[in-house]
Write a protein that binds this ligand. Structure first.
Ligand code: NAD
Ligand code: 2YH
Length: 259
């Protein structure tokens, strides 16, 4: 399980603004617009309580503050509790939180206490990055390459299949690849016999996972994966539209999915 670091979250507001402008350029919609298209819900004014969690590897500096900035960016009224863990949960509910956001080392959840809906960061992140990729205005076909079929990539690939895309998938773990092929009906991608894509969705914790041979000029690479899946050199050479941001896009997807 890859953990975020304090450094990943430096200047989250600027990272989010840049990502929003890239999403708009690629899809014609901003992140909020993509969320509304995905979940079809009107924005309400739910109050969000953010609870720091100390278990496992403990508090990540900037994590709760970043969630506070992200929720405000998307127009939610939010606050971070003074106390962590169970005491923080109690404090959040007592202070009127309707949605709880909290994460340990394994699970990052949003729980709407009013309607009972609960969301997990990994599938919500996979779905929204896949949705952004699928909306690439300059795509030359409905073929998409998915690299990484784990807890984020698999739900993203499933979402693309549901939207009628021809999905080619690759994972370094052959067991996971076989599972995705048999349960989702995706086509296994053979790195030895590459082809070019104008839509690529990547979800791995490794760098340089997208080889040059699959990249076409002006393609979109939508990737929650940290670190980046391609080098700056390749990005420039092929004028790749990169959608990559460490926390905000996935969190927006979680919040809108529980409204
Ligand atoms: P995971 O471990 O469940 O899945 C990662 C998959 O990538 C694995 O199946 C692994 O076999 C595969 N993989 C590793 N190296 C590969 C390679 N070179 N080529 C092809 N496949 C390779 O992890 P996850 O929970 O799905 O998370 C994936 C990434 O997304 C992590 O970096 C995580 O930190 C990040 N993430 C980012 C956000 C965000 O908001 N930006 C949110 C959630 C997760
Ligand atoms: O980053 C994580 C885990 N990878 C789970 C998220 C799934 N993508 N957790 C954040 C831990 C935050 C910490 N407990 C805090 O500061 O509250």
């Amino acid at each position: 399980m890859a953990l975020l670091t304090q450094d990943d979250l430096i200047n989250i507001n600027m990272q989010l603004q840049k990502a929003d402008s890239n999403v708009r350029k690629v899809t014609g919609l901003d992140i909020k617009g993509v969320c509304k298209a995905l979940y079809g819900v009107p924005r309400n004014s739910e109050k969000v309580g953010i609870v720091p969690i100390t278990s496992g590897n403990g508090i990540i500096g900037n994590f709760s503050a970043s969630l506070h900035a992200i929720t405000k960016y998307f127009g939610f009224d939010s606050f971070v509790t003074d106390m962590p863990d169970v005491s923080g949960y109690y404090e959040a509910v007592r202070n009127g939180a309707e949605i709880i956001l909290m994460a340990d080392d394994h699970t990052f959840l949003a729980h709407n206490l009013k309607n009972g809906k609960i969301a997990n960061n990994q599938p919500c992140t996979g779905v929204i990055y896949a949705e952004i990729a699928s909306r690439h205005l300059k795509a030359d076909s409905k073929e998409v390459l998915v690299v990484g079929l784990g807890k984020v990539g698999f739900p993203g690939a499933a979402h693309l299949m549901n939207k009628g895309f021809k999905v080619y998938g690759y994972d370094a773990d052959s067991v996971l690849l076989k599972k995705a092929v048999s349960s989702l009906g995706i086509a296994p991608f053979n790195l030895e016999n590459p082809k070019k894509f104008s839509i690529i969705f990547e979800a791995t914790p490794c760098a340089n996972t997208v080889p040059e041979a699959v990249i076409s000029k002006n393609c979109v690479l939508s990737t929650p994966g940290i670190p980046c899946a391609i080098s700056e050199e390749l990005q420039e050479k092929y004028n790749v539209e990169l959608i990559m941001e460490p926390l905000g896009i996935g969190t927006a997807s979680m919040l809108y999915s529980v409204l």
